[in-house]
Design a protein around this ligand. Structure first.
Ligand SMILES: [Zn+2]
Length: 132
């Protein structure tokens, strides 16, 4: 049996979890499954531009483990874009804890955070102080 993974801390669970290329019939569509912790690694390293060290610390894992997760996640995204596959974000080795749902007043996107945010914090998408 595989060694149990350390609890991976995830701060944000995206509200939109399915992405589909236009013009491909459902029965021909292949899916790439991105786990929630893999998504978090991309958000931290590639969207927020945190170093691997800082990202690993935020997820409560080693730098080496973080490096493996983010590499796998990047491969999956490129595979989906290159080969016209759908992307589904679900599951993974993360600590499911209480989540707090927010909606942006400007772009109307929904987000779930595993840490409580103050009201009017920045929307992760449009970066405006807008979430309720
Ligand atoms: Zn927004």
């Amino acid at each position: 049996m595989a060694r149990p993974h350390k609890c991976r801390k995830v701060e944000l669970i995206p509200g939109i979890t399915y992405f589909k290329p236009r013009g491909i019939p459902m029965d021909m569509l292949e899916e790439v499954k991105l786990s929630v912790d893999e998504f978090e690694s991309l958000r931290l390293a590639d969207y927020n531009a945190f170093s691997h060290e800082e990202s690993a610390e935020r997820m409560n894992i080693s730098r080496a483990t973080f490096g493996r997760i983010v590499e796998k996640a990047r491969y999956k995204i490129v595979d989906a874009l290159l080969n016209g596959k759908a992307i589904i974000i679900e599951g993974g080795n993360y600590k499911p804890s209480d989540t707090f749902e927010y909606r942006c007043r400007r772009c109307h996107r929904k987000w779930q955070f595993t840490v409580e945010r103050r009201k009017n914090a920045n929307c992760p998408h449009c970066e405006k102080e807008n979430i309720t």
